[in-house]
Write a protein that binds this ligand. Structure first.
Ligand SMILES: *Cc1c(COP(=O)(O)O)cnc(C)c1O
Length: 355
């Protein structure tokens, strides 16, 4: 049976990415060796990482003065690397969910953190608005897409301090003005590749300003100087990311991808709003295009397990919501075909008819 992969992360990748990676595991770039056993300094792999870097720059229109890095440690390591490298005295953060909380916790190890907005009062079901950022903050950090709670910031916040953003779960899902940011980071395993690599886009001028000493591996300048080859980069994940990037370009770039994402999210939310069994959990104006969270309407709560089983019988995988929200979460990242979203909608409609 055809599977429809709604996992939140690691998550669906394009068939192109998976096939090209599988081929390279057997024979990488005609070397007669596996991608798993080649030197990261071989000319064949250096070409891969260079092309991946330049495709990110091309697709996101990254301006001069920015560097693209491929690092290990996941987005979670960035929660600490960002303040280690950028925070002198004070930074502003919004608290919009689990990942934002983790980022705030790390930043507090390095300086003063002003939480300028929080949606904790309503279990992170909306994006705080109308906050003001004290002028003495060195940067403002926000999570662009809250993977667990299904809320998203699509319009870049208009603030007077440099922006830093955790874009792990909506990276490259729409065009972006990178020039507004000092730093963007994204773990690959939501929208780009397998787990194991994190993309960092950083403005070079923002670095080298803190006085503390920074451990070599945690210093962005180390990785800039060595083109992300200071230590062994995650070779296979970088290769897979490159395949996804090529596929994005083939699709027509981020404008085309955004269009598809808007359409997929629209039809799914329309069904949630129409169907008597289900109800969305995120505030309508802040609904994520990537992670669509919904629960049973209270009078149908007893059918939750039944729906899980019914959906599984139709080939749906990974629909269970995160334990902090409950219910269901359909992650419909870039690589999710609209056919799978339609299959989910039909499943919801059939289930409604049964009850
Ligand atoms: C998944 C996720 C993370 C954590 O990523 P790791 O690579 O597991 O450290 C951080 N932020 C967001 C928004 C995420 O979706």
């Amino acid at each position: 049976m055809k599977k429809h992969n709604f996992y939140a992360g690691p998550s669906i990748l394009s068939q192109y990415t998976i096939e090209k990676t599988a081929e390279a595991v057997k024979d990488f770039a005609g070397t007669g060796l596996s991608l798993l056993e080649i030197s990261h300094r071989s000319k064949e792999f250096t070409a891969v990482i260079e092309e991946a870097r330049s495709l990110i720059k091309e697709l996101l229109n990254v301006p001069e003065g920015y560097e693209v890095l491929f690092l290990g440690g996941g987005a979670s390591l960035q929660f600490c690397m960002v303040p280690f490298n950028l925070l002198k005295k004070k930074a502003a953060y919004t608290e919009t969910g689990t990942w934002a909380k983790n980022a705030i916790k790390e930043a507090k190890l390095f300086g003063e953190v002003e939480v300028v907005g929080s949606s904790k009062d309503k279990n992170f079901s909306y994006i705080p608005k109308g906050y003001t950022i004290p002028a003495d903050c060195e940067y403002f950090h926000y999570t662009s897409n809250n993977t667990i709670y299904g809320t998203e910031v699509i319009e870049t916040p208009n603030v007077d301090v440099p922006l830093v953003s955790d874009m792990s779960s909506d990276f490259m899902s729409h065009p972006l003005d990178v020039s507004k940011f000092d730093l963007i980071y994204a773990g690959a395993q939501k929208n780009l590749g397998p787990a194991g690599v994190t993309v960092v886009i950083v403005k070079k001028d923002a670095l080298g300003k803190v006085e503390r000493s920074i451990p070599t591996m945690l210093n962005y300048l180390t990785h800039i100087e060595k083109d992300s080859m200071f230590n062994t980069p995650p070779v296979l994940p970088v290769f897979s990311c490159l395949q996804t990037l090529k596929w994005y370009k083939e699709l027509g770039g981020l404008e085309a991808i955004e269009k598809m994402n808007v359409e997929k999210a629209k039809i799914l939310y329309e069904e949630i709003d129409r169907n008597k069994i289900f109800v969305g959990t995120a505030a309508k104006e802040d609904r994520s295009r990537m992670n669509v969270c919904f629960v049973m309407n209270p009078q149908y709560q007893h059918l939750e397990d039944d729906f899980n089983k019914f959906a599984a019988s139709k080939g749906m995988v990974g629909l269970k919501g995160h334990r902090s929200v409950g219910g269901f979460r359909a992650s419909i990242y870039n690589a999710m075909p609209i056919e799978s979203v339609k299959a989910l909608i039909e499943t919801m409609q059939e289930f409604e008819k049964l009850h």
